[in-house]
Design a protein around this ligand. Sequence first.
Ligand SMILES: Nc1ncnc2c1ncn2[C@@H]1O[C@H](COP(=O)(O)OP(=O)(O)O)[C@@H](O)[C@H]1O
Ligand SMILES: [Mg+2]
Length: 82
Amino acid sequence: MDFEAPIMPKRDIPNILITGTPGVGKTTTAKLLSEYVEGLKFVNTGELVNSEKLYKDWDDKFNVPIFDDDLVVDFLGKFFNF
Ligand SMILES: Nc1ncnc2c1ncn2[C@@H]1O[C@H](COP(=O)(O)OP(=O)(O)O)[C@@H](O)[C@H]1O
Ligand SMILES: [Mg+2]
């Protein structure tokens, strides 16, 4: 069976997604990483969802947007080659 490797854009650094419960140190760790690794950019997805309105629904109970993963991935993909 023929196998064709997918054509991937050249990338020098990885995309690192940090998730977890509030207060465990995600933002602190991510910012530090981006300061020490050249080329690595820090993106706060929660803030991005709000500023770029990457949501379609709203959670009235907690008064927060329910982010839309397609909108987020499409938006980030423009900047990070994926
Ligand atoms: N390794 C660590 N040791 C002790 N305190 C930390 C550490 N990392 C973060 N903190 C502190 O914990 C609190 C929450 O960190 P933060 O990075 O905002 O968490 P998150 O983004 O996961 O909600 C902040 O006051 C931060 O200074
Ligand atoms: Mg945080």
